[in-house]
Ligand binder design. Structure first.
Ligand SMILES: [Mg+2]
Length: 385
């Protein structure tokens, strides 16, 4: 131990923690996995491939952190931003200062990157730096963020429901509202009263149509109405929330504490859905969580992307307190759940050496250091675009 390094043994900290660690390299990989005949459909668009931008940050001590930025968008702009703008700025920095790094990078790109590609790139860096910080201290990210309120998370199925799911999310918004309401009637009838149903319109309605649809859906006990109108239409979201009987969810296409300040503070949503790979990583997530909590808004992160994005959500969700705090947290009432997309997703199911255990409708929280995952290099190379 050199003379300028504090002797951490006397503080009860990990004596191997390296205070002088620096970021040595940053490498991006864009991924494209054609889905063949298993194309995914939202209510508004067709997704013939799964895309992602992954980032690998290596330190001079050999620690490696993984991050991911963006979700179903083209990954090349995020990679370009990382390779040419934000990436070079973090070389030589201390990787265990993600909050400081976030503020400085955001401040640098504020005039041209308050939303979209720059924040997705920043999300990827932030997730990787928290991964490294956890590995440096030998603890999972959820512990660094303050502790876990739960060690397993109730999951809900998107795409289709198979055995073991108590919740299912159904896409609406492609058909006329009477036909979609009839679909929901049939789905409710076939699932019975005990399965929770949510709907996602992928912002396919005007406010007036969404309000009519909300009233048509009322008999089917829908738990939330996701993205009824375009996310930037704050007044429309607010109207839908005030004038339809179903709680409104949204936020997968929103960015940073500033975007969520307007969404939550503006009374636009009952359920906030930040995506770790979009909103600004763990750093932004903790700020959004505090904002939401102060407004009594439930937080249920949106999850898409690869196994890295899923792993990041698995570190963030345990840290969400029941809102409000209660002796008996109930999923989707005051307890978060995790989206477990049941459609074909090789990026989630093959990229990592670890498998996410689904036990009795719950996903177990990993307790390895950082994100608790490692990437299979052979699979990464196979899917690189
Ligand atoms: Mg959605």
């Amino acid at each position: 131990m050199s003379s300028h390094q504090p002797d951490l043994r006397f503080r009860g900290l990990n004596p191997t923690f390296n205070f002088g660690m620096k970021i040595k390299s940053i490498r991006t990989t864009t991924i494209c996995v054609p889905l063949g005949d298993k194309v995914f459909h939202s209510s508004q668009a067709r997704f013939p491939a799964r895309n992602s931008c992954l980032v690998r940050i290596e330190t001079d001590s050999g620690l490696i952190g993984w991050g991911e930025g963006g979700q179903h968008r083209p990954p090349q702009p995020v990679a370009a931003c990382l390779n040419h703008v934000l990436g070079p700025k973090i070389l030589g920095r201390d990787p265990t200062e993600p909050v400081r790094t976030w503020e400085e990078l955001y401040s640098f790109s504020r005039d041209f990157g308050q939303k979209g590609t720059y924040i997705e790139a920043l999300s990827a860096i932030d997730i990787a730096l928290w991964d490294i910080s956890g590995k440096a201290l030998g603890v999972p990210v959820w512990k660094l963020l303050g502790g876990a309120f739960r060690r397993k998370i109730k999951s809900y199925a998107t795409g289709y429901r198979d055995a073991g799911f108590d919740f299912v999310k159904v896409k609406i918004g492609l058909l006329d509202i009477r036909s979609d309401a009839e679909r929901l009637r049939v789905i409710r009838q076939s699932l019975g009263p005990d399965v929770g149903i949510m709907v996602d319109a992928n912002h396919g309605y005007s406010a007036a149509t969404a309000i009519r649809m909300g009233r048509l859906m009322e008999p089917y006990s829908i738990l939330f109405f996701e993205e009824p109108v375009v996310p930037e239409d704050r007044e429309g979201n607010r109207r839908v929330r005030m004038e339809n009987p179903i709680p409104v969810a949204g936020g997968e296409a929103e960015f940073t504490r500033y975007g969520f300040r307007d969404l939550i503070g503006g009374g636009c949503v009952d359920v906030a859905q930040p995506d770790l790979t979009v909103c600004g990583g763990f750093t932004a997530f903790t700020q959004i969580l505090a904002l939401a909590n102060a407004h009594g808004t439930i937080v249920i992160p949106h999850v898409w992307g690869s196994g890295i994005a899923f792993a990041a959500a698995l570190q963030a969700i345990p840290t969400i307190p029941p809102i409000p705090h209660t002796a008996n947290p109930i999923p989707l009432q005051n307890e978060p759940v995790i989206e477990f997309d049941r459609t074909h997703n090789p990026l989630r199911d093959e990229l990592l050496n670890e498998r996410f255990a689904l036990v009795d409708g719950h996903v177990l929280i990993p307790d390895g250091p950082g994100l608790g995952i490692s990437v299979n290099d052979e699979v990464l190379t196979r899917y690189s675009s």
